[in-house]
Design a protein around this ligand. Sequence first.
Ligand code: FES
Ligand code: FES
Length: 182
Amino acid sequence: MTQMTVNDRPVRFDMDAQTPLLWALRDAANLTGTKYGCGVGDCGACLVLIDGEALRSCLVTLAEAEGRFITTIEGLARDRSHPVQQALVAEQAIQCGFCTPGIAIAAAALIARNPDPSEADIKQAVPNLCRCGVYPRLVRAIQRAGRVARRRETISAAPAPGIDPADAAQAVPALRMLGEEE
Ligand code: FES
Ligand code: FES
């Protein structure tokens, strides 16, 4: 079993330590916002923050995630008020939405270290694949998110999510909160 912090909650996964983190998040923790696209590190749909760095969870094993702080799209901002989330909606940089969680995670990591990114910075830091082709809007959205982060402008928060991930994870046997009785 492996222990880590997921979206500010200490958790233990009773799974093989070589299981990809992506499977544990999606299939055990019910955190299905993180998407499975290619499974081989090419698309970026599975990005999560690991100790603040955007990493592909399909390539990270539970053993490698042991003791680390994981943030998925569900934990980025529970009311969807993160500047990247606000700007993606405001700039209509979402079509089918499959790539959006990974893009939001990559963009959030970029904005945290560089809130005034150039287009080249964005293309380098957010190389995610989008089959719908939202790329031009994406650049505008991420630069706008940077302005929001720098308090140069404000955007109204998007609607609150309908399902609390904590509730969604309640009945899943492979996920245990530390200190929780069997
Ligand atoms: S599913 Fe991980 S990079 Fe595509
Ligand atoms: S919005 Fe459809 S894959 Fe990017």
